[in-house]
Every structure is written in C-alpha cells, then in structure tokens.
Design a binder for this molecule. Structure first.
Ligand SMILES: [Zn+2]
Length: 234
C-alpha cells in the first residue's frame, strides 16, 4: 500500500482539513464549567458525524459527566485504539488573548503558518491530524491499514472522572493490541515528537509527626527532625 498517494492527498486536502479543524475549534467545549455543557455535547456530536462521514461506525455514549465518543473501523492486522479528548481548558484571563479563543485563525508568522485558538494544540489539533490521516488513507485504499477503535473523551481537562469507570464497563469493546495517545507536543516547530512514555498522576496524603512544642536545637536538633525537613527529603 502506497503512503505517497496518501501524503499527496493530505497536502491537497489541507485547506478542507483546516476548515474541518476550525469547525471543531469554534465549539467552546470547556469541560470544567457547567455553563458549557451543551457545547461539550456539540463537540461530541460533531466528532460522531465526522467519523460517520468516513464510513466509520460511531456513537456518543453517556457517562455521569460529559459523553464519550466511540467508533470502530475494520481493517486487517493488529487492533489499534486511538485516544483523544475534545474538551479544552478554560480561557481566563480572557483579556490576555489577542483574538476570540473560539474564533480560530491561521496566522503567517516568521516561523511559518501558525494556528491560533483554544484547543489547536490540546487536543483538537492532534486528534484531527489522526482523523485526517485516516480519511486520506481510506479515500486512497478503500479501507484503513488496521482495525481501529476511536475513543474520545470530554473530561480530560477536568481529571477524567468518567474515563476509568467507562473503560471498566466497556473493557471487551475497548480491548486492543495497541493504544495510541495523540495528546502530546511537537519536539520543535517543524519536528513532530514521538512520545513513548507518559507520566501518570499520583496523589497521596502523608502525615509526618513531630514535636508538639518548640525544642532547643542544641539539645534536640539532630534527633527530633522538623517535619518540614522530613517532607522536603521525601
Ligand atoms: Zn490534552
């Protein structure tokens, strides 16, 4: 299967691809603020429709929070799960923006063209590069190069409270040979990065017990440690 034809198609389709990305960027899907709940729904609906326009089975799925988008496409070879998120960070302080964050712009800069708008770099831009790659591949070859499950959430910027329960409830459907997360960054402006590992997040509560009164440092300093020193060493 030729990659050149797919890449040429992607180049030719760039203006249309940019317009599709802009449509998604114009939806103010801020997950942390209940005022934008319907916008989050709209972003999920938009993604379902976009996947369906490529002939991919897709639907919006309810969670206690913002919906998931799950899509499936058949293909040969291994089964890939692709994860992305359609929610974005809040935009405050709004006065520091030069433009409306939800009116994306393509700007020509000294370093080349730059897309500006909330979500361009996290994660709508990354997510759409993958969808555009799939669209171009499918258009050239009629099918995708492998079996793909598309999995998009709308709560990444608010701690993903529904993600693990949803994955547990739908573990058979979401099981794959390989998971690809496209929620990372460029190495520099012209070099995409391939990230092989991501840190997780851990929270814990640590109690350090120390003296309940001031102790003379000359008598006790070496033995009774100040709790803040113990914590610093931890
Ligand atoms: Zn992200």
């Amino acid at each position: 299967m030729s990659l050149d034809a797919v890449l040429s198609r992607l180049d030719a389709e760039m203006p249309k691809a940019t317009e599709r990305l802009f449509e998604l960027l114009r939806i103010a899907s801020i997950s942390t603020d209940p005022a934008y709940k319907s916008d989050c729904e709209r972003a999920a609906d938009w993604l379902v429709a976009d996947l369906q326009s490529m002939g991919i089975t897709a639907e919006k799925r309810k969670t206690p929070g913002h919906p998931m988008v799950v899509g499936h496409a058949d293909g040969p070879g291994p089964h890939l799960l692709f994860y992305g998120h359609y929610d974005v960070q809040p935009v405050d302080p709004i006065e520091l923006w030069n433009n409306d964050p939800f009116d994306p712009k393509l700007e020509q800069t000294e370093k080349g063209p730059v897309l500006r708008g909330r979500g361009t770099a996290d994660d709508k831009g990354q997510l759409m590069t993958f969808l555009e790659a799939c669209r171009a591949w499918k258009a050239e070859h009629g099918t995708l190069p492998c079996k793909i499950t598309f999995f998009f959430e709308g709560e990444e910027e608010s701690g993903s409270p529904s993600l693990v329960p949803f994955m547990e409830e739908n573990s058979d459907e979401l099981r794959a040979d390989l998971a690809l997360i496209c929620d990372t960054a460029m190495f520099e402006s012209k070099t995409p990065a391939i990230v092989t590992m991501l840190r997780g997040m851990m929270s814990d509560e640590i109690t350090i017990t120390g003296p309940d009164k001031d102790l003379h440092s000359g008598y006790y300093g070496g033995i009774a440690m100040n709790p803040i020193r113990v914590l610093s060493r931890v």
